[in-house]
Every structure is written in C-alpha cells, then in structure tokens.
Ligand binder design. Structure first.
Ligand code: AMP
Ligand code: MG
Length: 347
C-alpha cells in the first residue's frame, strides 16, 4: 500500500511516499528555519504563507522522486492536529482537495502518533509491544504507553513548558542561534556537564515540569557573573565567555536528559512487561539523550530512535502512522468535512 503523507503542522512543508509503513519511496522536506532564524522563533502567519507557496511543488517533487503518478497512490494522509492553525489549514485543505479530485481515501493523522511511527520507517526489526514512547518535541513532553498498534495511553505529561521549548529558551539566553536544540547539542560537546549543578523539579507521579529549569539556568548565570537578578536575560550573553557558554549548555543538557530518563525509569517500574523503548520528536535527535538512554536501558529493553532525518517533522512518518491505522481497520476520514484542531491530546 503506497501512501502520500503530507505534513505542515509547524514550520516544515513536507511530503513523502511510503510503502507498507516502512519503505521510503520519496521524502521531501522544505524547512522554514532560514526565514525564522532572523526572528529567533516561528511567526505563525509567515509560516502559513510559506506553506501555501511551497506545498504543491513539494508534493509534486515527492511523486517525481518516487517515479510515481497519482494513479499509483493508494491513499493520502495528512496531519490535522495539533499544530499552528494556519499551518495545519494549508496541509489539510490541500490533502482534502487532492483526495476529492483524485478519489483517494484520506487519513487524518495526529502529529504525535506520526512522531512515534517514525521509528518504524526503514526498520528491519520494528519495535515490539507493549512499549513506552518518550515523546520529546518543541510542544510536547509525554510518556505514552502502547499496548499494541494504535493504542495510546498518556501516562506522564509536562505541566508547563515542553523540553524542546526549554532547550530553545536556554539557547536564546546563551546567545546561541535558532533553533536552539541543535545549537545546544553542538555547543555542549565542548562543555563540562558537571560545572553548574542545576536542580531537578519535584513533581509527583510521571509528570514533568521544565519551566523551573529554565529559570534555574537564568539565576545561575546571573550569580556566576555577579549580576543582580533584575539583569534582563537578553543582556547576559554579552558577559559570558565561550567556555562558560559551553559549560552552561552542557550542564543544562545533562540535567534535562537526566530529568527525562528518571521519569522513564519510574514509568518502566510501574509497567513491568515493557519490551521496547521508543524515542520520538525533535529532541530525540539529541546525542546526549541517545547515549544516556542506551547506557541506562539497553541491557533490559530494545531501544529505538528515529533516523536523524525522521526525528524532525516530515511526511514519511505521517504516511507510516496512516498505514498502521489502516491495518487496524480505522476507517478513512471524510474529505468534505475534515477539520483541524490546534490542540488535541493523543488518544
Ligand atoms: P518538533 O517539535 O518535534 O518539530 O521538534 C522541534 C524541537 O526539537 C525544537 O524545540 C528543537 O530545538 C528541538 N531539537 C531539535 N534537534 C535537537 C537536538 N539535537 N537536541 C535538542 N533538541 C533538539
Ligand atoms: Mg513535530
């Protein structure tokens, strides 16, 4: 079954064709990073306009790269929630129109399900159930229990900031370029992760909190520089040496990863029959997170990370998620009525 997957939930315009949920026939991603680097963040109206200009060429390229015509496609899949309203609208309206004109079944896919299913792409030995997915992205930080395909149970979630958002905000304080996550990952390689001890939040059960960590970094920088807590965060980078920036990046990253993995350990204790651990979302590209996860859990569990090209937003993961929906007999959606939703929890 060949599925055309379309993704426009934030600032990547993406389309891909995937056969049977794991064979990549094409994968086209046009990122808007260059546009937003200048502003230090995504501007929703600009993102939507850019999707509008790019979506049709991206879809055409995905067909051309796969050497296929629309007649060869069995279904279309599109991200319809969660995400930026204007961005989601461009992808879903395009997919709805194509589904009607080309008479193809249309699957509406939840963005976090696709991030999880990125782990099935090109996998010779796919994850085994039951599994725990640690979803770490710019908008979400969740631990999700999957008993089988298409069964999603949120067992832990963030009470405030997402971990990716925290990487981005700390990077901004340190004067690192947008997007902050990859910049911290790279800068931390020259830093000492033990130089600045940072607190772990005290949150009961399996939930997370990352807003306190961002403030702790801010206060530690002010104290290190001997500046008042009233010093605005945007001024601090001018006083930090290259080594201090690297040490703060490494200390923050180390603490953020430890907080994530402590909760994952707790979750594993309360779910004793887990076979696989699956990481998903943009932050799953982080080298320290990957290394720590392997070293702590790989003796007992199979560990999965998406290939780096599939850890950020892409159309292939949308096609994969739709394929597994079709396998579990989820009916396609009505292309005349499909609506978008900026926020819907995975279910
Ligand atoms: P997503 O929301 O899944 O599209 O992922 C975007 C988020 O992932 C942003 O907050 C990025 O800063 C973050 N991110 C991407 N690459 C890395 C990395 N190597 N380390 C940490 N965070 C990252
Ligand atoms: Mg995403």
């Amino acid at each position: 079954m060949k599925i055309l997957g379309i993704e426009t939930s934030c600032d990547e315009t993406a389309a891909a064709i995937v056969e049977n949920g794991n064979q990549i026939l094409s994968n086209v991603v046009v990122s808007q990073i260059d546009i937003f680097a200048e502003y230090g963040g995504v501007i929703p109206e600009v993102a939507a306009r850019s999707h509008l200009e790019t979506i049709l060429p991206v879809i055409h390229k995905s067909l051309r790269d796969a050497k296929l015509d629309f007649e060869d496609i069995d279904a279309i899949a599109v991200t319809h929630t969660p995400g930026l309203t204007g961005s989601l609208l461009i992808g879903t309206l395009t997919a709805r129109t194509l589904a009607i004109l080309k008479r193809k079944p249309l699957y509406a896919v939840h963005h976090l399900k696709s991030h999880i299913y990125a782990n099935w792409l090109s996998a010779d030995n796919p994850p085994h159930f039951p599994l725990l997915a640690l979803v770490v992205s710019g908008g979400h930080t969740q631990i999700i229990y999957m008993r089988e395909h298409n069964h999603f149970e949120i067992i832990g979630t963030t009470r405030d900031d997402a971990v990716g958002e925290c990487f981005d905000k700390v990077a901004k304080i340190l004067g690192l370029p947008y997007p902050g996550g990859p910049a911290i990952d790279q800068t931390a390689q020259n830093g000492n992760p033990k130089r600045y001890p940072l607190p772990h939040p005290k949150v009961s059960n399996l939930d997370f909190s990352f807003s306190g960590l961002k403030t702790a970094v801010l206060r530690t920088i002010q104290a290190e520089l001997g500046l008042s807590i009233k010093t605005p965060s945007f001024e601090l980078k001018n006083h930090l040496s290259t080594q201090q920036i690297a040490d703060f990046a490494a200390s923050f990253q180390n603490t953020a990863c430890d907080i994530l993995l402590e909760k994952l350990s707790l979750a594993l204790q309360s779910h004793p029959n887990i076979q696989s651990i699956v990481l998903a979302g943009g932050v799953s590209a982080n080298q320290t997170l990957r290394t720590k996860t392997q070293s702590i859990f790989s003796k007992q569990y199979q560990i999965y990370f998406p290939e780096p090209r599939f850890s950020g937003d892409n159309g292939a993961m949308v096609a994969a998620a739709a394929y597994f929906e079709s396998l579990t007999h989820t009916p396609p959606t009505n292309p005349y009525t499909l609506s978008i939703a900026p926020r819907t929890p995975i279910h």
